[in-house]
Design a protein around this ligand. Structure first.
Ligand code: FAQ
Length: 339
């Protein structure tokens, strides 16, 4: 349903404004080399010189992204033991496991920028690091699991396909596999909803109720409007961000409205209509006060999500200790054999 074909160039994307190198200075030459590579749409690799601000921006975005995948396991994870059939349970288990895998690829990509997994996990657990607002909303019914696949994974793919062309090699390569898996996730969510919509009136109502609750938080997931997005301009000049928050949101609405029609659900937005002149759907105002409240830790489930993550991490300490002891034993044995 969603493919790499979604990744059309953003007409507002401006090429990097090359900072002139201070003639002959080694720092200037490094900067000029970096700028030229970005300008030529080349890749920056971990051992390449990069400006400190580029490294910090990537670290911020990739670690936030990794945390989102890990915290994102929780809302759907709540339904693994309550899935309505063995088939749905197996699918959900695999999906949640995939999200864990995405978090791990992304932590690995972030580690290439010179930070440790422990530092990133500590930032998440202490509440310093951000993760996606969307995972602070509750999953109240089984229909929520389908709607997360359809809408949340759908929004995630829309945002992430352009990151496959990110200028930082390890992030771009991680995203290729992640997007393939997210595409499967989105389809399974849609398929689950198709089945529910063919069910009883109560099942159809349950799906509509889930759509009503998730629609607006999903639109907010793309981030603040371009005019209020402090990181966008630089991120786009560096080739980290390829399409702006508002343009991605618009692409998502345009792609999703026909899917809603096929399903037989109505997005909860009276202002939603096709605008022939613009060639896009118009949509109503997003509640940005709610978005910032959630981002700043005051959403419906922020405290519960963090507490669950911290507990899972602490409960797993014995596994990390055992793995470390095993590795140390193996290393000692190998040294002895080599001696
Ligand atoms: N939630 O200046 P911008 C998924 C923050 S993965 C929380 O526009 P930027 C898979 C932003 O960090 C979902 N905070 O920032 C899945 C910044 O704060 P900072 C995650 C948000 O970086 C599916 C401030 O607002 N995806 O769903 C949010 O240029 C199903 C100003 O914003 C990614 O992370 C938000 N929604 O653009 C898993 C993709 N939006 O750091 C399980 C990669 C903005 O300055 C089940 N990330 N903020 O303190 C990106 O593409 C970008 O980082 C954006 C934000 C677009 C999220």
């Amino acid at each position: 349903m969603y493919t790499q074909a979604l990744d059309i160039p953003d007409p507002q994307h401006k090429p990097l404004e090359v900072v002139p190198a201070a003639a002959g200075s080694p720092a200037g030459q490094l900067q000029a080399h970096f700028d030229a590579r970005i300008d030529a749409d080349g890749k920056i690799e971990p051992r390449d010189w990069m400006p400190e601000a580029y490294r910090r921006t990537l670290l911020r975005q990739i670690s936030q992204h990794a945390h989102s995948e890990i915290v994102g396991m929780l809302p759907e994870g709540n339904w693994i033991s309550r899935a309505p059939s063995l088939k749905r349970k197996a699918i959900l288990l695999a999906k949640v496991q995939d999200e864990g895998g995405h978090g791990l690829y992304l932590y690995s990509a972030a580690e290439t920028l010179g930070t440790s997994r422990d530092q990133m996990v500590e930032a998440l657990h202490s509440g310093k690091a951000k993760y996606s607002s969307i995972f602070n909303y509750p999953t109240l019914s089984w229909a929520d699991v389908g709607v997360i696949g359809w809408l949340v994974d759908g929004a995630a793919i829309m945002n992430q396909v352009p990151i496959c062309r990110c200028s930082y090699g390890p992030y771009a390569r991680a995203m290729i596999r992640i997007c393939k898996e997210e595409s499967f996730h989105q389809r399974q969510g849609f398929e689950s909803l198709v089945v529910q919509m063919k069910g009883t009136p109560a099942q159809r109502e349950m799906v509509q109720d889930a759509v009503n609750r998730w629609w607006w938080p999903v639109l907010a997931m793309f981030g603040p409007p371009d005019a209020d997005s402090p990181n966008s301009a630089q991120g786009m000049r560096w080739g980290i961000k390829r399409i702006s928050n508002d343009n991605l949101r618009q692409k998502f609405v345009d792609a999703t409205v026909p899917q809603a029609r096929i399903l037989g659900v109505t997005p909860p937005d009276p202002a939603l209509r096709w605008n022939e002149a613009r060639g896009h759907h118009d949509y109503g105002a997003i509640d940005w006060d709610e978005f910032w409240a959630v981002v700043n830790g005051n959403g419906p489930c922020n405290k519960e999500r963090l507490a669950t993550r911290v507990k899972a991490h602490n409960d797993g300490q014995w596994v990390r200790d055992a793995a470390l002891a095993h590795a140390q034993k193996n290393q000692a044995r190998q040294l002895k054999e080599a001696a």
